[in-house]
Design a protein around this ligand. Structure first.
Ligand SMILES: Nc1ncnc2c1ncn2[C@@H]1O[C@H](COP(=O)(O)OP(=O)(O)OP(=O)(O)O)[C@@H](O)[C@H]1O
Ligand SMILES: [Mg+2]
Length: 284
């Protein structure tokens, strides 16, 4: 079950009661205290210790139609912190990266809609950043497509609990079209294209003109397209994808990434004409 409801016209108290976070009796106590002390509903609830900041953030997010899931909602992986804990430090950092990217890439030219997420080595958080970044763009109202371009060890279908087999590899092989991208009902505006069946020849597939055609087609329906990739020092796939999109966001992981491999990868990307439009030092 997802708890996204349209709360735009409802009060904070109504939303918290409707979503089972507050009893009708407690809501009435808060209203009484609110009127007596001339406080906002949330502040009155906090003063009476019937509400906490999380309750208020949750209700506000629904009032403003902000896609946000409760802990009880198991339709997606808890790793999608931008969906489950948008007001956490990670959520805030992701929104800062989003602002940076809007300034440096997406807003500068209407043709610039695609961004490749790269990192030198395995396990540095490319999939985590790509997925959560796609969510914060969708939360901002951008029509967002997340493509799992890691045809070797794909993970986006796991994070979004989708069937893996229909996806990018099928499109590149000419067996499917963009309709295999799945909308995520609980996160309005977000579609995910899983990697598809694991092919024997990822690099050859990614180098096909079909990839360019797919991105052109997707750019008609989406404002922001984010692509996850395999480790850039291990395979050439990330470079092939980044060259196609023109821009990369470089992820490194605190206390894990080695500077020389990050430098080598960024040099290779720049030599290939890829604009490095952002950097994330991933820290958990
Ligand atoms: N900022 C973070 N906060 C919490 N957990 C994180 C963070 N970044 C990554 N992780 C976790 O670290 C693990 C590895 O991350 P992820 O799969 O995104 O890395 P990757 O670079 O895509 O790896 P691979 O090379 O396998 O594709 C995952 O379990 C992910 O949830
Ligand atoms: Mg990954």
């Amino acid at each position: 079950m997802n708890t996204l409801v349209n709360g735009a016209t409802r009060s904070i108290g109504d939303i918290l009661v409707a979503t089972g976070r507050l009893t009708v009796e407690d809501a009435a106590r808060i209203t009484q205290h609110q009127q007596k002390e001339n406080l906002k509903f949330g502040d009155a609830g906090i003063a009476l210790k019937l509400l906490n900041k999380e309750h208020i953030d949750f209700a506000l997010s629904l009032q403003f139609d902000y896609a946000y899931l409760s802990d009880q909602d198991t339709s997606l992986s808890p790793e999608l912190v931008a969906a489950y804990k948008p007001f956490s430090r990670v959520g805030e950092n992701l929104r800062a990266v989003r602002s940076q990217l809007m300034l440096r890439w997406f807003n500068t030219d209407p043709a610039r809609k695609v961004l490749t997420v790269v990192s030198p080595d395995k396990g540095e958080g490319r999939s985590f950043i790509a997925a959560n970044l796609a969510i914060v763009f969708a939360q901002q109202g951008e029509r967002t497509l997340l493509i799992d371009g890691d045809l070797r060890a794909p993970r986006q279908h796991i994070l979004f609990k989708l069937v893996k087999n229909a996806g990018l590899s099928g499109i590149l092989a000419g067996r499917a079209g963009l309709e295999v991208a799945r909308p995520i009902p609980s996160l309005q505006g977000l579609c995910v294209l899983p990697a598809g069946a694991t092919p024997p020849n990822p690099q050859e597939l990614l180098g096909r003109p079909a990839f360019g055609s797919l991105l052109q087609l997707a750019a008609q329906d989406f404002d922001v397209i984010i692509i996850d990739t395999p480790a850039g020092s291990v395979y050439a796939d990330a470079e092939i994808i980044a060259a196609r999109t023109g821009a990369a966001l470089v992820v490194t992981r605190k206390n894990q990434s080695l500077l020389p491999s990050a430098v080598k990868l960024t040099r290779r990307l720049q030599d290939g004409g890829v604009a490095l439009v952002g950097a994330v030092l991933n820290d958990d």
